[in-house]
Design a protein around this ligand. Structure first.
Ligand code: DAS
Length: 355
């Protein structure tokens, strides 16, 4: 009798093990590329939610801290950088994008998650949205509280990001940003609050959907080209064209744009007031710089609504382009990539209406 029980027990164990192994085989394979930020941050106390140190915890510890990840994907981790994202540079982006494209080419990778600081997450997301050559999901995730804080949001954000990156629903949706149970598109997402958990919004154009108990629920898709439809190729680039942003205000002068020109910039994005308005001295100087060959993109500091061609400036006459609804920080990204392809203003403007 005892023998029979032992045999039955063993058989059941083997069946369960086979089931578990079989179920694990059915889970998507998700690669986590870690770059730093608050999600990997540590604070002096469990109530320290600002004034902590970002980029301290390695990717393996981030994964260990969320054992539930194993229920939604087969996860591997790689530490690409360990930086606070205010230090993200064009060179970091090129290295990260090349690694993402390399990983996504692997047949045993179904999606990628990038852990990232929240300060420039929207910029990295948009850059990757324009240079990743795959329909496979790429989800960028951060946290507004350090890993050491009470109710740290990193673990649930990481769980949602891995579930989203392994989901069929996210395929072909472009690069996504997911925090706070929301799914945001790379083109329109921006950080709207310096401190709170719901900071990532697409203020008027809206999020794409929600993460509901680890399930991706999409209600919208981006209308602009991205990822597998992009015309940009960074695979052979070691640097990006020098493009900087000048910020408009009352009493605006030309000191910043003069400095950019003197430094050899090939493009300047001007974050104008209102609909990309330029003070007279700024307009005069930007027109002169355009005539010297520097590409000028008129954007707006407002944060919502399109900067419209011919609205506050005769862009045909000055040969400027406009950023449409892109924020200045995203217009810089598109202008840099555009200048790797063309110096023709009409072609550049087409790109701003395409991506
Ligand atoms: N300094 C911020 C950054 O790394 C911390 C964060 O919010 O992630 O972007």
């Amino acid at each position: 009798m005892l023998n029979q029980c032992v045999k039955t027990g063993l058989t059941l164990t083997l069946i369960c093990a086979a089931f578990t192994a079989n179920a694990a085989d059915k889970l998507p394979n998700v690669m986590i590329l870690a770059t730093g930020g608050t999600i990997a941050g540590t604070g002096a106390t469990s109530t320290t939610t600002v004034g902590y140190t970002a980029a301290k915890i390695g990717v393996e510890r981030l994964i260990e801290a969320v054992p539930e990840l194993q229920k939604v994907a087969q996860v591997k981790g790689e530490q690409v950088f360990q930086i606070a994202s205010e230090n993200m540079s064009n060179e970091h982006w090129l290295k990260l994008a090349k690694r993402v494209n390399e990983v996504l080419k692997k047949s045993d990778v179904d999606g990628v998650v990038i852990t990232h600081g929240t300060d420039t997450i929207e910029e990295t997301a948009y850059f990757l949205n324009l240079v990743v050559k795959s329909k496979k999901p790429v989800v960028i995730v951060g946290a507004m509280r350090p890993a050491t804080a009470i109710s740290a949001d990193g673990p649930i954000n990481l769980y949602n990001a891995v579930a989203l990156a392994g989901s069929k629903e996210a395929v072909g949706q472009g690069v996504l940003v997911s925090l706070n149970d929301e799914i945001q598109g790379a083109r329109d997402v921006t950080k709207t609050n310096t401190m709170t958990g719901n900071t990532f919004r697409a203020p008027e154009l809206g999020s794409l959907g929600y993460m509901v108990s680890g399930q991706a629920k999409f209600y919208r898709s981006s209308t602009r080209k991205h990822t597998s439809e992009t015309e940009f190729d960074i695979s052979k680039l070691e640097t990006l064209p020098a493009v900087d942003i000048a910020y408009g205000s009352a009493n605006a002068n030309t000191l910043a744009i003069d400095a950019f020109a003197a430094a050899g910039d090939v493009g300047i994005v001007y974050a104008g007031t209102g609909d990309g308005s330029l003070s007279t001295p700024v307009r005069t100087r930007l027109t002169e710089l355009r005539q010297k060959g520097i590409h000028i993109n008129r954007s707006s500091r407002v944060g919502n609504g399109p900067t419209v061609r011919g609205g506050e400036n005769d862009d045909d006459k000055t040969d400027f382009t406009v950023s449409d609804t892109l924020t200045p920080q995203k217009a810089r990204i598109l202008l840099m990539l555009a200048l790797t392809k063309t110096k023709d203003s009409k072609e550049i403007q087409r790109m701003f209406y395409t991506y």
